[in-house]
Design a protein around this ligand. Structure first.
Ligand SMILES: [Zn+2]
Length: 107
C-alpha cells in the first residue's frame, strides 16, 4: 500500500534519526504535523475570517493555516529567528501567556 503525505501529497519518505520512513521528504512533516492536518481537514478549519494562533509554526502547515490569506494568522515562537517562511512574533510563554487576549483566537 502506497502512503502519501496529507500536507503536500508526496509519496516519498525519509528517516528521522533512528525512526525509518516517518519524515516526508518534500515538506519535512512528521506524524504529529500530519495528525494536525487531519484534524484541520476533519473540522474544516480555518474558515475565512477566523483568527489563527500558531505556536512554533510548521512550514508544512503554513499554507493550510493561512487559508489563502483569508484568516488573521498569528505565528509565534520563543525563537522567531528560526523561521524564514513567515514573520514570527516572539513569545515567551513563561512571561507572555497572560497577555494573549481571552477568547480572541478561533484556531
Ligand atoms: Zn509532505
Amino acid at each position: 500500500m502506497k502512503t502519501w503525505c496529507n500536507c503536500c501529497g508526496s509519496t516519498e519518505w525519509g528517516d528521522m534519526n533512528t525512526r525509518k520512513g516517518v519524515r516526508c521528504v518534500r515538506c519535512n512533516s512528521l506524524e504529529r504535523t500530519r495528525v494536525i492536518k487531519l484534524l484541520l481537514d476533519q473540522f474544516d478549519v480555518p474558515k475565512p475570517g477566523m483568527r489563527v494562533l500558531h505556536f512554533a509554526p510548521e512550514r508544512s502547515l503554513f499554507q493550510a493555516l493561512i487559508h489563502g490569506g483569508q484568516v488573521e494568522y498569528d505565528p509565534v515562537d520563543f525563537q522567531p529567528e528560526n523561521f524564514d517562511f513567515c514573520k514570527v512574533r516572539k513569545i515567551d510563554l513563561c512571561t507572555d501567556a497572560e497577555k494573549f487576549p481571552s477568547e480572541h483566537y478561533d484556531v
